[in-house]
Structures are given as structure tokens and as C-alpha cells.
Ligand binder design. Sequence first.
Ligand SMILES: [Zn+2]
Length: 409
Amino acid sequence: MKTVNLTINQLLDQIAQFTSQETKGVTRLLYDEHWIEAQKFLLELGQMIGLDSGFDQVGNVILTKYGIENDKSVITIGSHIDSVVNAGKYDGIYGVAAAIIAIKELLAEYGAPKKTIQVISFCEEEGSRFPFTFTGSKNLINQLPDDIYQLVDKTGESFEKAQAKAIHALKSRFPLVKALLPTAYAEIHIEQGPVLERLNKEIGIVTAIVAQKRFTVTITGKSNHAGTTPMWLRIDPLKQAVKMINQLEVIALEIGEPFVFTVGEMSISPNASNVIPEEAIFSIDIRHTDEKELQFFEELIYKFAKKQELELDGLEIEINKWTDVCVERMNETYIEALQAICLEKQLSFNLMPSGAGHDTQIVNRIAPTALLFVPSIDGISHSPKEFTTAENLEKGKTVFKQFIYDLAY
Ligand SMILES: [Zn+2]
């Protein structure tokens, strides 16, 4: 079977072979040898279907078909090639595969587009090798900070060194180019959540990518003997943590959808069954499309902390906010256009926010964007169990392709 004539599912199976994992599942980290092979594979595929195929200084693969109208429009489509550790075969790469197949079909059916179409396989989005996310899309919009080059991975290798090796490997066969600045951007991605499947909808049209804040809360009390310290003399940080989390949970439920509040990480020390802990540390992750609600909740966290400190002499609560990302709203005209396409093609759809981050939110800083979802079975993602039916992968591509046609032809 020729690579050029693959279905999306077949193409995803091929790309899933570029993995460091022997078992079922995909691990393809930024600049590792499997990442290099995957990007080379896409560059070759781009050449086979008649696209100008090159990569930029951070290793984004850029496949371009110049428009015959020669204006400044650059319709940019794509997603990311990197994965988390022990991932499935759809996250990110579905958007790359759908973009490549859509452009291949458009060229075959309608010839060269009026506007330039640029497909990008972003080098990195997940932050699974180096502690930094969205390298690819930030580089595209010229907002990549210089200080990432000193970052090191778990083995001690620097970002700079890993990148130099990968770029060297790509350079031997393909040209180093600079991407055009997008004037429009569209991405299709698996939902990574259970909503579409639960509602029995075929397509998700994303209205906004949520704002989010993350905190680390450190509560310090007094460690002591579990048998000899009476209850009224204790300064127990874990029980104070539980109290704070329960109070916040009540407020979170009152705020309601689409607000989400998560405590996903907690550690206590010394962590022994017969010792009152000295310290409890936990994370708070909050997300909403309404930044005012997040601000309100953040203020409550500080308020509860202050109150608990005042109520219990000797208790100390320290709060460190380390993520504060604003909401990104997708373009209204595109949202309407996508609804019209779904209606015309008789596909059911749901307008929804995205609780997960995507490259779209970065490109949205400089250009109007659209983001589509297809259903994830059981909402599972970042796992080898990640699954979307071949039928739904194709339906997503159909809507995506029509949208690109309407913009570029
Ligand atoms: Zn992704």
C-alpha cells in the first residue's frame, strides 16, 4: 500500500511505529530518535504529495502549498508530533494526519488553492521531556524565550544539545526554512474527555480554551506522638488540608460548569501511621472559561488559608501560584462556519470549551483560530487505551477539510 493513499487510521498506525516503547502505546519525546524518524516520515510524505517540505530551527515540520492569488493569507493547519510517556496514538498526531490528508485530497480534487495553505507538525506541545510546553507553536509566532536552551531533561542532556542533534539529522535531507506567519489557524484534536461520547455527538466545536491557575499549598504544623498528644493540643497540617479542600469543593460545586477544581497531588511528612504529620503539601488546579470566577476562587483560597491560620495558633499556610493562563476564545465567525458545515453534512455537533491546552491557544494570540474535537472513547487520553473510531476520525476530517476549502479556495 502506498503511503500516499492511506486512510487517517492507517496513517496513524504508521506514525505510531515511531516510538521508544516496546509494549503497546507510544512514547515519542521531543528530539529523540523516534521523534526524528517521525518528522522525517512527514517531510517525505509532504514531498510525495507535492508540498514544499522543510523544517524550522526548532524542528517544526512545515509543508506548504503556495496560493495562486499571491496575497498575504496563510491558512495554517496542524497539531503536534510529540507525545507524553506511555501515550496513545491519537493525541496531537491526529491533527497532523488529518491536515495532511485534507490538503492532499483538496489538491487532487480542486488543484492549487487561491490562498497559501501551510501544514505544521509542531515539534513539541506536551512538555514531557523538558519542563517547557508549546515550543513549536511559540516558535511559530516568534514568542519562544531564549532561556529554554539551558533546560535539561532527566538524563541531564540540555535542550540546546538535544535540539542540535535533531536538527543536524533533519538537515542531511531536508531544507531549513522559516514558517510564514499564519493569518488563520485551524486544528483538529481528539477530545480527551467524555462529553461528546456521553452526548452522542460526532463533532465538538470549541468555543474557548479555558483559563487556568495552579497552586502549591504548603501547610506546616507540629509533628508529635499519635498516642500521647491529646486532640486539643495538636497542630495537624493534614487535617487542616482536608478542611480547606472540603470547603473549596463546596464552593466549586456552587460555581458549577464549566468550572473544575482538582487536588491531584499530595504529600505528607513524615508519613507514618503513628505520627502526627509535620507538613502537608498539595496542588490545586482550577480552570474556567470565565476569568472572573477563577479570580474569585483564587481569593477564597487565600481567605480560607488566612482564617485557618488565625484559628489555630502555630499553623502556617504558604501558597505558591505557579501557573496563570488566560482564556483564549476561538473566532466567532469560524464557530458559525463550522456549525453550518456540520448541519450541511448532517453531522451532530456540540459547542464546548476545551479544558485541556492546545497549540491553538498559542496561535490565537496573533491570528483568528478554530478548534475541532472528535469523540474519545470513555474520555481516555494520555494512555495506550486512548481510542477514537476510524469512522469518527474520518468525519472530523470531512468537516475540517470543508473548512479549509472555504478559507483557501
Ligand atoms: Zn495534544
